[in-house]
Ligand binder design. Structure first.
Ligand code: ZN
Length: 425
């Protein structure tokens, strides 16, 4: 009897907790149908900042620590059927002043070292074929994208070297305007020297990326840089981690006009999961606390500097996390609204996933706590009437199509010029 009573109690508490979860706006569990669609896809995410952890924290991607708040581990990737991750090679421009390329190299090394530590579950990948090979072997394909053109130190030779080391996309700017591309991050700052978009050298960088077969990433750039890039590129572009401005009014997001231009160009917009980019209420709350949050970070850095101690990304991130946690998390539907909007405006062939995992100080919508939660996105798309085929495109098929086309354009440009190639720059 005791058993029956306690079982009854369990059923009642399960019902109560589900009602509570639904009231909280948490997503429903993943159905067998959604799980099966999700697992039939090659899931590609184009932006994770985990290399900062590899380098600063000596984080091991094989970690099984249940208390680790990071978004990416091999277990989490496996649970979410994540097939390929583009690890972000992001060089913080203030603390690395004077040695951008060296820090770029250190971050590239950190990704290779993780792959070397886990050869049974992870492999470096440099092409669409590599991603497919990794998928067959049930390994996580590790790719790299440089986030911020300042990494090449205005030297086209370094761009080629980074390609040779395996970098397969470059975001033309991060939040900082560099010497050849304006950024959306400081476009209103009169102290920064802007160029009205891309300079002539910036256009040469885009064309050299086309020739090499490196995807041109327009996330973070100013609106004018975006339009200059679209007018210059000979291959489809990507937005590795950007959402829709019509829904969340942030300059990092893309206007409907830009979404349509990416569709015309044949490219893909990979939706960023950051709560401040996918939910207008969160964005406003985040903006309202920005002054105090920045002051807390500056104060911490000043105290470290006074004590002669370095400041790592992880230290800063810890403070940012405390502030972000003060704002209520948006529902998962906010993120899905962005995927849906881009699919409607640009077309279902031009939208994908660019999580920004490990780069958003823990601020993701409810239900998305790590790569293990990616199947919930498939469930939500299924609930909104998306077909299995379209869901597979969003999960990775579109990105693979664009990557293949970038490889094809590169092959054509190189075939046409190899016999007459001279040192151009
Ligand atoms: Zn970014």
């Amino acid at each position: 009897m005791m058993l029956i009573r306690s079982r009854h109690f369990l059923v009642v508490s399960l019902i109560l907790s589900s009602v509570f979860l639904i009231a909280q706006g948490s997503p429903a569990p993943v159905s067998p149908k959604a799980r099966s669609i999700h697992n039939s896809a090659i899931v590609v995410d184009t932006h994770a900042d985990t290399p900062q952890r590899f380098l600063d924290e000596n984080y091991n991607i094989g970690s099984t620590d249940p208390n680790d708040v990071g978004h990416i581990s091999l277990d989490k990737a496996r649970a979410g059927n994540l097939g390929a991750e583009f690890f972000s090679i992001w060089v913080e421009p203030t603390t690395n002043q004077g040695h951008f390329a060296r820090h770029t190299l250190d971050l590239i090394d950190s990704v290779y070292e993780q792959a070397a530590r886990h050869p049974d579950r992870m492999m470096m990948a440099f092409s669409v074929e590599d991603i497919k090979r990794a998928h067959k072997k049930k390994k996580l394909a590790a790719l790299m994208g440089i986030e911020g053109g300042h990494s090449i130190e205005n030297d086209i030779r370094l761009l080629r070297d980074f390609y040779r080391l395996g970098v397969r996309y470059m975001t033309l700017s991060w939040s900082n305007t560099n010497e050849w591309a304006d950024s959306s991050g400081d476009i209103d700052d009169p102290k920064i020297q802007h160029h009205n978009g891309l300079t002539d050298f910036g256009k040469q960088v885009v064309l050299e990326m086309n020739r090499l077969g490196m995807m041109v990433d327009i996330s973070h750039v100013s609106d004018k840089t975006f339009w200059d890039t679209i007018a210059t590129t000979k291959a489809p572009v990507i937005a590795s981690h950007s959402s829709a401005r019509a829904l969340t009014n942030h300059p990092r997001n893309m206007t409907d006009e830009m979404l349509r231009a990416v569709a015309k160009n044949g490219g893909v917009v990979q939706v960023n999961f950051f709560s401040a980019f996918v939910d207008e209420n969160f964005r406003q709350a985040e903006e309202a606390q920005k002054k105090d949050r920045d002051a807390a970070v500056t104060d911490y850095m000043a105290r470290r500097a006074a004590a002669g101690l370095p400041v790592s990304y992880v230290d800063r991130d810890r403070i940012e996390r405390e502030w972000m946690a003060k704002i209520p998390r948006p529902p998962l539907s906010s993120l899905i609204d962005h995927i849906d909007h881009i699919a409607k405006v640009a077309g279902v062939d031009h939208v994908g996933l660019g999580s920004d995992f490990d780069g958003v100080s823990g601020a993701t919508p409810q239900g998305i706590d790590s790569a293990a939660d990616l199947p919930k996105i498939t469930q939500a798309l299924l609930d909104r009437g998306y077909s299995a085929g379209d869901i597979r495109k969003i999960l990775g098929g579109n990105l693979l199509r664009v990557f293949r086309e970038v490889e094809r354009v590169s092959g054509g440009m190189q075939a046409g010029e190899s016999h007459k190639r001279v040192i151009v720059f």
